[in-house]
Design a protein around this ligand. Structure first.
Ligand code: GLN
Length: 501
């Protein structure tokens, strides 16, 4: 059964429909795989085998009765632990939420349940999604399946490691500054940050509400499109939810045609700080696209150089406010000091012990940036930069249909390498952050092996509500690259001890 886990989600769906295997067999194969390799990867905070099996059995029963099912019914999925799940512990990677059992499902989880995707569990992540390596999790490090000594990216390292390690064919991530795309890049997988507002945020534990967006983590572009169609759509419970702009993603992913497409290379995201082989893989991918009939143009986005600075003012400002609700009164952990506890002392002790160092750093930064006297200089200036970044995108998209850059400047670094250097850690998101500031969608797919034979990512960006362009361009590039590799890049990943690569 282990070979089942190597199929793409699209193939799994076909096998289920033709009766080649049952949903129960498929779910069991993944649970066995999880059991075999979790000791090495630690991609999950919680595994929900019983829940997954119950859904799988329901799918098999429905199919036996001839009931009509959604295309992905029976294909298992893992969910980042920042998305609330009814009756299943949801920690957001933080000690402060240990043991918290949400009383409701996020809308996107309802969508997964309606479409009958067995939920395998909740994946590990940086605490409250703050980080690029999953090292700030209170639940241990997640390891990169390509090299267990290296980070799987972050904050959604658990979701991407589970995908790359064949523990799950589909996973949900969230991307506030790159947390779907950067982990995808460094694990040789695919990740999509949809247009802001196109996947409901209802039930995401908010980090920075104006930037957060949930999306798919998969091994193929087509699988991402399939999952995106399940989780996307209008939701009256999210006030920023979009009413339209949902194209046919699956059809676009299957088109594999870039003839006449204008692809704009962002000059500011090619040079300094990008590793030589990461750049080389990027240039080679561009050459393939050009040969396939795309037109490559150079565009300049001069304000992108201020994006990282603006992000580290806007994100902590919103996070400091969003995280105020974790006060020891309502959710998860409560620390009661022994001497005359007052509400204030309980809050201080709970937050002092419950939050990790990175979360505290950002609460402090955000509170400072919002404080009276500094508000205009910091938060106000950052919002102005945000507008300039949006204008850069608008001008660039007049000259091209999609934009392109390497997803991250480096391959996965070693565990512990950057933990004492927040700036270096923050710089990993230099190419992903502009999309969040502007609300535009982005997709990362593997571009090949770069430094230390580790995977690198290629990023496409599209105008808001034109996510279908990402799938068209991504599906085409993936096919071109796989031709040169003789199959998926993950076929080259070193085998984990649990067997099947
Ligand atoms: N790595 C970025 C940060 O630490 C992005 C996080 C995210 O997208 N959730 O803020």
């Amino acid at each position: 059964m282990t070979d089942l886990v190597k199929l793409s989600a699209a193939h799994m769906a076909k096998g289920l429909q033709s009766g080649e295997f049952s949903a129960r067999e498929l779910t069991d194969a993944h649970l066995s795989r999880i059991e075999a390799v979790e000791g090495q990867l630690n991609a999950f905070v919680t595994v929900t085998g019983e829940d997954a099996r119950a859904t799988a059995d329901a799918v098999d029963e429905a199919r036996a009765k001839g009931e009509s099912l959604a295309p992905l019914a029976g294909v298992p999925v893992a969910v980042k632990d920042v998305v609330v799940t009814k009756g299943i512990q949801t920690t957001a990677g933080s000690k402060i939420l240990e043991g918290w059992i949400p009383p409701y499902d996020a809308t996107l989880v309802e969508n997964l349940r309606d479409a009958k995707l067995p939920i395998l569990g909740k994946t590990n992540m940086d605490e409250f999604a703050m980080g690029s390596s999953t090292e700030t999790s209170a639940y241990g490090n997640t390891h990169n399946p390509w090299d267990l000594e290296r980070i799987p990216g972050g904050s959604g390292g658990g979701s991407s490691a589970a995908i790359a390690g064949f523990e799950a064919p589909l996973a949900i991530g969230t991307d506030t500054g790159g947390s779907i795309r950067q982990p995808a890049a460094v694990t040789g997988t695919v990740g999509v940050k949809p247009t802001y507002g196109s996947v409901s945020r209802y039930g995401l534990i908010a980090m920075a509400s104006s930037l957060d967006q949930a999306g798919p983590c998969t091994r193929t572009v087509e699988d991402a499109a399939l999952l995106h169609e399940v989780i996307g759509g209008y939701d009256p419970k999210d006030s920023t939810s979009l009413k339209d702009g949902f194209g046919n993603f699956v059809e676009a992913a299957r088109a594999k045609d870039v003839k006449g497409m204008r692809i704009g290379v962002i000059e500011e995201l090619e040079g300094e700080g990008f590793d030589p082989l990461v750049k080389q893989r990027f240039e080679e991918s561009l050459a393939l696209l050009e040969k396939a009939g795309a037109e490559i143009v150079r565009v300049s986005c001069p304000n992108f150089k201020y994006a990282l600075g603006a992000y580290y003012l806007i994100m902590p400002s919103e996070a400091s406010s969003n995280l105020a609700k974790f006060d020891g009164m309502r959710f998860g952990m409560r620390v009661v000091p022994e001497d005359h506890p007052t509400a204030e002392k309980v809050m201080a002790a709970t937050r002092g012990q419950g939050f990790g160092a990175e979360v505290k750093r950002r609460i402090l930064l955000g509170t400072y940036a919002l404080s009276s006297g500094y508000y205009d200089a910091y938060y106000g200036s950052a919002q102005k930069v945000r507008t300039l970044v949006q204008r850069d995108f608008a001008a660039a998209f007049e000259k091209c249909d999609v934009l392109a850059s390497p997803t991250a400047p480096t391959v996965a670094f070693r565990l512990g390498e950057n933990t004492d250097n927040p700036l270096k850690m923050y710089l990993n998101d230099i190419a992903t952050i502009p999309a969040n500031l502007a609300g535009v969608p982005g997709l990362s797919l593997p571009s090949g092996l770069a430094e230390d034979s580790m995977p690198a990512g290629f990023q496409f960006l599209a105008p808001a509500m034109a996510d279908d362009r990402l799938y068209r361009a991504g599906g085409a590039l993936e096919a071109l690259l796989e031709d040169t590799w003789g199959g998926p890049l993950l076929n080259n990943a070193p085998a984990l001890e649990g067997g099947a690569k």
